[in-house]
Design a protein around this ligand. Structure first.
Ligand SMILES: [Zn+2]
Length: 344
């Protein structure tokens, strides 16, 4: 990965006009908060051009510059431009001068006494976990909801969201992936038909305030020191997982408590719980009470694998069950359909 980033920087350095880049960067610096990070292509260009600027300027000479957005203290990850020192580590989110805090936007604050509209009532287990999570948040501590896939993590967060909204507090639901932002925002609109739920991700960045904000973790850079409750879903998903800059930005966006939702929490979060930095509630029972499927790997010749597939399909279909068959490539669906069609 590092190798490809390096190649990209070199390529851009050689083929882009340095003068144009300098002028463009000056505009970006003067208009820091209007810069959108929605396009990773643009972000790469900014990064590359600032790297090229650094070649023409001395490294930071002032002692121990620190970035108050991403926490960067590595002198090699700063550059100076016209006597001002900027962080390169989080440059994708707009140029920020070392030692200065990012600007906090003005957001609306309204008291909402709403109750979620649920398609299904919470199970007793879900209700218990939901109440325990809320009581931890109300004690001023962060909570990790460690629950199996399909256990209803989003539904578990609704009670806490309602409680914060009823106190006129600002709530954000942040997720790694854009497509999931759109899906969760649609679900929350059904759960809270009276609220203006705003989705902020690539392609949806015109409106950045609402009664309830749903955004990608990348878009949290717009909201430093804004949220009383930050619900973070898909902690283990790319690109949030293991990305220290995104993690710093997420922490900075929250002035209250964080509710982390995960089916597979990483070592870092589990250690934070061991150190007592946050608490954890568990829910491994899914609403239908069926245990999680455990995959079984069967290797062998193609003929053996096809025989296994047919045998397994037949066994399930005899029991009146539906079968969904995945194959690795689109082209494989054609011959697999032919073979399966011969037997069923
Ligand atoms: Zn930074």
């Amino acid at each position: 990965m590092q190798f490809f980033v390096f190649i990209e920087k070199i390529a851009l350095f050689h083929f882009l006009s340095p003068t144009k880049r300098l002028l463009r960067e000056l505009r970006i610096m003067n208009n820091n908060h209007s810069v959108s990070t929605a396009s990773s292509h643009d972000a790469s260009h900014r990064h590359a051009s600032l790297s090229s600027m650094q070649r023409g300027s001395a490294h930071v000479s002032s002692p121990a510059p620190v970035c108050l957005r991403c926490g960067n203290r590595d002198p090699h990850l700063f550059f100076t431009y016209r006597g001002r020192c900027f962080c390169r580590r989080c440059i994708d989110f707009g140029a920020l001068e070392a030692g200065t805090l990012p600007r906090t936007p003005r957001l609306s604050h309204r008291v909402w006494n709403v109750r979620p509209v649920l398609e299904f009532e919470l199970t007793p287990f879900q209700s218990e976990v939901s109440s325990r999570a809320l009581s931890i948040l109300q004690s001023g501590r962060d909570v990790l909801v460690y629950a199996a896939a399909g256990a209803g993590k989003t539904e578990i967060s609704l009670q806490s969201i309602c409680t914060y909204l009823a106190q006129g507090k600002k709530v954000c639901f942040a997720i790694s992936r854009r497509q999931v932002v759109i899906e969760i925002a649609a679900r929350l609109r059904r759960n809270f038909p009276d609220l203006h739920v705003v989705q902020i991700c690539e392609g949806f960045t015109q409106e950045t305030d609402g009664d309830l904000i749903v955004c990608t973790t990348h878009q949290l850079y717009r909201f430093p020191f804004c949220f009383d409750l930050l619900v973070l879903d898909e902690l283990d998903a790319f690109p949030y997982a293991g990305n220290e800059v995104l993690e710093s930005i997420a922490r900075q966006s929250c002035i209250g408590q964080r509710m982390l939702l995960s089916a597979t929490p990483d070592e870092k979060n589990l250690k934070a719980i061991e150190r007592g930095e946050m608490e954890m509630v568990n829910l491994f029972m899914r609403p239908h009470k069926q245990p999680l499927c455990v995959p079984v790997i069967k290797t062998g010749s193609t003929l053996y694998q096809i025989a296994q597939v047919l045998f397994t399909c037949r066994r399930h279909m005899r029991n009146g069950k539906q079968v969904l068959l995945f194959v690795p490539r689109i082209a494989d669906t054609r011959w697999m359909k032919l073979i399966v069609g011969l037997f069923f």
